[in-house]
Write a protein of this length. Structure first.
Length: 644
């Protein structure tokens, strides 16, 4: 049944116009719809949020009026609402292009829980289920339909769209259009057909990861030259960034996880073998850990992903094959045991933590071998020379970030063309500024040794020469006769590896383009060798003990219990927190949805602090919309009142 409602632009003074909004019947319950709803009223009554954040309202009003938009907003910034609300305000069905099945399912589950008529079309549906969704689409019964780009681009589906009224097109994860990006999807480039065949339908392209180059490519490839750009800050202030050297990965990871007991998180590894090994070791250690990589069969991957999404406290150990489109808001940490390929990839992967705005942590350890391995992967890829050059530049930027002594947030935002006013006070370099030392002379020795050995060897052999090690290889090459042989005996192997790693990060050395791990001088090396430039390097810190880190670091707050460790749950609140989470899990199982679809951690935390006594007070808690209040209100109030 269609209900007529009106939307008016209260700020611009635009005349109210009539549109349709259809509450979802059946298991999702009924919504009592006012005869006239504004965008803000829809936000409050359907989604349960008291007000828009940042540029959300401006985007919603622009799109609802029929304008095209390019939206750059960080993960957790509320991108989805930017097209979901206009789809409810405009006549017809909103078509959302989404690259992954998991993302579609999460979005649709959440919308249906809120009472919105939403569906998806993808390969997870059987033939009969797909026909039913198409019937609903043709009958005008859907507010939103999610579809993969491959299906949307078929002549059959485009024909279906031409026979219905389309409210808008939303192109999510729009950075997939970029050939320079880490998630390039060739079919995304063909989405320009939407502009060509439906020129009057507004389009919105959204992404959380786009440097200036990628932004311009999105505009060009999707013909969005006339679109209004909405660029929000890329800053994720709730995430604390920490980077360290890898010396004993398992012990370091175990110490880190002590601050995140019973919390959901992701651990990224470079290889499938390392994923399997780490997941098995964590499971043996009592952590609920699961592996995910392309080498596992589809059924195992799907099962593990569902457990991660639907259970609390599961740690997913994965390659970067896992993550894009995972809409789980309560991921409290993302850990990297290896260096990612680019700073954009690092930003997107760490951005999967703390989508709910609550405290989260991005932790990474790495070594010189990571640089060599990644350089080899780039060199041995089938990409053309220009792409390889860009990928090497991206890797160098990430290495510079890892080795930095300045505020990490400033450096990370700078990669996206954004400045940060002053130090953040929340990353490891701000909390415990690293010590530096004048390494000009060791740097000169290192560069000279690379040059004297012919720029044909990796750091291991060059260090042997510097330290005066008479290895079989050194002797066979007559490198014990070089003037640089033994001039670096005052530093041990570990210290020299630190020097070489930081010289790479500073652009004073480069790994060879052929992928053999050999080191070469750069144009910047000359100024160091002739004494025209000083080199300051960071002192590599001693391995931290978990107890000391938890006592001294501002990145991990106090708190114990089921998933409240980094959220600042006080001891007297723990029983109620556990009870609220247990009820949420029980209701989620009954509904067949992930727990966060019932309520986010942020909403449970707001309940915990507000202690609502009745439905009117519960309705005032952020995240409690009318449909969820009607469906779950009494159950949550019963738990709260039982402990009040």
């Amino acid at each position: 049944m269609r209900q007529r409602v009106a939307w008016s632009d209260s700020q611009s003074g635009a005349a109210p116009r009539t549109t349709t909004w259809r509450p979802l019947d059946g298991n999702a319950g009924h919504l009592e719809i006012m005869s006239r709803l504004s965008a803000l009223e829809l936000l409050q009554s359907v989604f349960g949020y008291p007000s828009f954040r940042g540029q959300q309202q401006a985007v919603v009003e622009h799109l609802a009026e029929g304008g095209d938009a390019l939206v750059l907003m960080p993960t957790g910034g509320g991108k989805s609402l930017c097209y979901q609300i206009p789809a409810l305000l405009r006549q017809g069905t909103g078509i959302v292009v989404s690259p992954l099945i998991a993302l579609m399912q999460d979005q649709v589950d959440a919308l249906r829980e809120a009472g919105v008529a939403a569906a998806y079309l993808n390969s997870s549906l059987g033939a009969e289920a797909q026909r039913e969704v198409e019937r609903q689409l043709l009958a005008g019964e859907l507010n939103l339909l999610y579809v993969a780009p491959e299906r949307l681009l078929t002549s059959r589906f485009l024909g279906l769209l031409e026979s219905i009224e389309v409210a808008l097109f939303a192109i999510d994860e729009a950075h997939c259009v970029s050939q320079w990006g880490h998630d390039f999807r060739p079919e995304y480039r063909e989405l320009v057909v939407l502009h060509q065949r439906f020129p009057q339908v507004p389009r919105i392209a959204l992404t959380a990861t786009a440097d200036p180059r990628t932004r311009e490519e999105i505009v060009e490839r999707l013909a969005l030259q006339e679109a209004r750009r909405f660029v929000s800050s890329f800053d994720r202030p709730n995430i604390g960034y920490r980077v360290g050297l890898r010396h004993n990965a398992k012990r370091q990871l175990a110490e880190f996880l002590q601050g995140h007991q019973d919390e959901s998180g992701i651990v990224y590894c470079l290889s499938r073998r390392k994923v399997d090994d780490t997941a098995a070791w964590l499971a043996e250690s009592g952590v609920e850990a699961l592996p995910y990589h392309a080498g596992l069969d589809a059924a195992t991957r799907a099962k593990n992903q569902q457990r991660f999404l639907r259970e609390d406290g599961v740690v997913m150990v994965a390659t970067v094959a896992f993550g894009m489109g995972i809409d789980k808001p309560d991921v409290r940490f993302v850990a990297h045991l290896d260096l990612p390929r680019s700073i954009e990839g690092y930003y997107q992967e760490t951005g999967r933590a703390g989508r709910d705005g609550l405290p989260a942590e991005a932790w990474m350890i790495y070594g010189l071998s990571d640089v060599v391995t990644m350089s080899q992967m780039i060199a041995q890829s089938e990409s053309d020379d220009e792409r390889k050059r860009v990928e090497r530049q991206k890797l160098e930027s990430l290495l510079a970030y890892a080795e930095a002594t300045d505020c990490r947030r400033q450096l990370l935002l700078g990669a996206f063309g954004e400045s940060h006013p002053g130090a953040c006070g929340h990353c490891d370099n701000c909390v415990a500024p690293p010590k530096t030392w004048n390494a000009t002379v060791p740097a000169q020795k290192a560069l000279s040794a690379v040059y004297r050995t012919g720029q044909r060897f990796g750091s291991g052999h060059v260090i042997d020469v510097l330290r005066g090690e008479e290895t079989e290889r050194v002797l066979s090459l007559d490198h014990h006769r070089l003037s640089t042989f033994g001039i670096g005996a005052d530093l041990d192997e570990k210290q020299w590896r630190s020097v070489f790693r930081q010289l790479l990060a500073a652009g004073l050395l480069e790994a060879d383009a052929e992928g053999y791990g050999t080191l070469r001088l750069t144009a910047a090396s000359r100024s160091v060798l002739n004494g025209g430039r000083q080199v300051k390097l960071r002192e590599d810190a001693r391995p931290e003990r978990a107890s000391r880190r938890r006592r001294d670091s501002k990145l991990v707050t106090s708190g114990k219990g089921s998933g409240g460790g980094s959220l600042g749950i006080e001891a007297y609140e723990q029983d109620l927190w556990d009870a609220l989470r247990a009820l949420r899990t029980q209701l989620a199982k009954q509904q067949g949805v992930p727990p966060y679809v019932v309520f986010h951690d942020a909403t449970l935390l707001a309940m915990l602090r507000a202690m609502p006594a009745n439905e009117d007070e519960l309705a005032g808690v952020s995240g409690v919309g009318e449909a969820k209040l009607k469906r779950y209100g009494r159950d949550f109030l019963a738990v709260i009142n039982a402990t009040a």
